[in-house]
Ligand binder design. Structure first.
Ligand SMILES: [Zn+2]
Length: 487
């Protein structure tokens, strides 16, 4: 057995010839790395770079004991603009320092060729400008020279650049370049698999430890044509919707919540909950429409004008001749109030939690001149607004709708709509029927408990819950959530 392994090893080593070493091999490897990054022409084309960083600093030499956890010094934001062509840079640093004393730390450094300037604010608030300390200047420039987009230029121009034998690390083979930069030995490691620069290690002086390795690890520095290209199969997809510029959409994106139907044709599905009661479904946000003797009551006007217009049209077709007289806003949040103005324009009375009445007054009277909606076109007539303190009943003599304010962790004013005869309850955000709540979702559990407490405490006889999000589910589904451990 041993003989076979040995033979195999010998065979393997015979097959792989050792990679070339020396200055010429180094230059060839740098060219290979440049090609892997997109080519010298692509790298040359980058004339400047802006780098935004947020993070924290830790100082090992301020730990409680020499091998202890490094001390947290600050959390910071830093922006750097580097002009490669003219050898200029500006770095701004803005931090809250927590050690040794708590204080804000702000400064800007400007490097313009061979001169550096420090701009800071003194105790009296005056801006102080001085020549940047030469060591600080030199260290910053070192950082620029080892930027992922600059390091190959730095290596290439080093007179003593050389390639040394490859090194194995785990399952990776590293190509190694050695050179000096500013008198310091540097090792540049290139990933043998994709030929991209991987690590840059400077041996520098530390006042306490002497020769110290200072390492920058790089993760994928490819200037990839594909990264800047919309591929044909995507380009050929139709663009659905309008190009409306509004921060609203980016705010939704950041929150990871529904925006996909914005400025697109709306889908409205009327799902019958009970006779004359409809779950008015869209993709992410739903309403509930209740048919009364000579009018309709709508619970929830989510999203935006276009959603409301589509809902109004669908209800006019399904239940002609009955205007929407009341619209109930469950709570003021962006996605649950955005459609209200369209109903106000139609003359509906807007009902919301008492605490949200000032909000309603403001939002229903705001100018909308950039994209006038139906209320703006109707001359922003003052709509009727009603607040619900604890409960309010809407009835036509036959059917009754109870609007109930409930205590909950989600928002200060929150209404649910309860139909006692139908044993149906409409709720937004506190519980999403049909969507399981993970045991780790403590917020979701707390919200469900708040709803459950209101149902039990109010002795509401509920069979089914209709969601402002989600579907329609039996009450026992709520119990599955409230049974989860609470923390
Ligand atoms: Zn909400």
């Amino acid at each position: 057995m041993f003989a076979i392994v040995l033979a195999l090893l010998m065979l393997l080593s015979a097959c792989s010839s050792a990679p070339p070493t020396g200055p010429e091999a180094a230059k060839a490897l740098i060219d290979e790395a440049a090609a892997a990054m997109g080519g010298w022409a692509m790298l040359d084309a980058v004339k400047s770079q802006e780098i935004l960083v947020g993070g924290g600093d830790w100082e090992p030499m301020q730990a409680v004991d020499p091998n202890g956890e490094p001390r947290t010094i600050n959390t910071f934001g830093q922006s750097t603009i580097v002009d490669f062509e003219r050898n200029r840079m500006r770095l701004t640093f803005d931090a809250i320092r927590v050690y040794p004393t708590r204080a804000p730390v702000k400064f800007a450094e400007v490097i313009d060729g061979d001169a550096g300037m420090l701009e800071s604010v003194d105790a009296t608030g005056k801006v102080v400008r001085e020549r940047l300390h030469p060591s600080r200047y030199a260290t910053r420039l070192r950082d620029v020279r080892r930027l992922p987009l600059r390091v190959l230029y730095t290596a290439k121009s080093a007179p003593d650049i050389t390639r040394v034998p490859d090194r194995n690390e785990g399952n990776k083979t590293l190509h190694i370049l050695h050179y000096t930069d500013g008198g310091m030995p540097v090792e540049l490691q290139i990933d043998s698999f994709n030929k991209l620069p991987m690590r840059i290690i400077y041996t520098e002086d530390d006042t306490v430890y002497g020769d110290t390795l200072n390492e920058v690890a790089i993760n994928n520095t490819k200037l990839d044509e594909a990264a800047l290209t919309v591929p044909p199969e995507i380009r050929s997809q139709p663009e659905i919707g309008d190009r409306i510029v509004s921060q609203w959409i980016l705010r939704r994106v950041v929150m990871g919540v529904g925006y996909q139907d914005f400025a697109r044709p709306q889908k409205v599905d009327l799902v019958e909950v009970s006779k004359g009661v409809y779950h008015v479904k869209g993709s992410s946000h739903h309403s509930m429409a209740i048919e009364m003797k000579d009018h309709l009551v709508l619970i929830e006007a989510p999203l935006y004008e276009e959603r409301s217009a589509a809902v109004i049209k669908a209800l006019e077709e399904k239940i002609p001749g009955k205007p929407i007289k009341y619209v109930v806003m469950t709570h003021f949040h962006i996605d649950h109030s955005g459609g209200l103005r369209a109903y106000a324009a139609k003359g509906a009375t807007i009902i919301g939690p008492e605490s949200a009445v000032p909000f309603l007054k403001t939002m229903l009277s705001r100018p909308k001149t950039v994209r006038p909606d139906s209320l703006a076109k109707a001359g922003n007539t003052t709509p009727n607004i009603e607040g619900v303190k604890e409960t309010k009943s809407l009835t036509d003599g036959d059917r009754t709708i109870e609007l109930i304010q409930i205590e909950n962790p989600h928002v200060s004013g929150m209404l649910v709509a309860y139909l006692p005869a139908e044993k149906v309850l409409f709720v937004s955000d506190l519980y999403t029927p049909g969507t399981p709540v993970e045991p780790t979702n403590t917020t979701g559990i707390a919200n469900a408990v708040a709803l459950d407490t209101a149902i039990t405490g109010g002795k509401l006889s509920v069979d089914r819950i209709v969601g402002g999000h989600g579907d329609i589910a039996p009450l026992r589904d709520l119990a599955k959530v409230t049974a989860l451990p609470k923390s």
